[in-house]
Design a protein around this ligand. Structure first.
Ligand SMILES: [Zn+2]
Length: 182
């Protein structure tokens, strides 16, 4: 635990606004079965909800991360969780494909975006402040670390394909954030 705290502190010093990001090894995720490298910095950020169960503790969010990854790998037959990162209402970020691998979350945008999905369903409520801050800080972190262009365009999943994702209420919130373009 002390190591994690020290790492968090060092990351915060080095990268400004980076949230707490649990690597796949830290949350006990499965290794990817294949990977396509992504050219960075990317031009887009695409926001999702998982439409699964929300979580407010690290233990429960780890269970959700595993559930999403297992569904994407076992049922969809993908190499890994489809999202670049997943975010919980515990305020933590859970690494999926990470900053520099092509994702499987938004057709035509997988090779030039970071896909961030919040655990839960946000049709009629917003993710809590901890989750919203984690998403916004993750974007800032990606810019400061050179994985996302400073001129990035923010989109909701529904802006790039026919889906209700990331839910009506959360979509309205995302649409009010900086650099959003429908
Ligand atoms: Zn989505």
């Amino acid at each position: 635990m002390l190591h994690l705290l020290l790492l968090s502190a060092l990351c915060a010093m080095a990268y400004g606004q980076c949230p707490n990001i649990l690597t796949k090894a830290q949350w006990g995720g499965r290794a990817a079965t294949c990977r396509t490298a992504m050219t960075t910095p990317v031009a887009y950020v695409v926001v999702h909800h998982t439409e699964g169960t929300a979580c407010t503790t690290q233990t429960n969010c780890i269970a959700q991360a595993k559930s999403v990854q297992n569904y994407h790998m076992n049922s969809n037959g993908w190499c890994d969780a489809g999202y670049s990162f997943m975010v919980g209402e515990d305020g933590n970020v859970y690494e999926g494909r990470g900053w520099s691998s092509v994702g499987a979350h938004a057709p035509n945008y997988n090779s030039n975006s970071i896909g961030i999905s919040v655990f839960g369903s946000y049709t009629s409520r917003n993710p809590n402040a901890a989750a919203q801050n984690a998403v916004q800080n993750l974007i800032s972190c990606g810019v400061s670390r050179g994985f996302i262009r400073s001129t990035y365009i923010l989109k909701g999943h529904r802006n790039v394909t026919a889906t209700s994702c990331p839910g009506n209420t959360f979509y309205s919130t995302v649409a009010s954030w900086p650099r959003f373009q429908a």
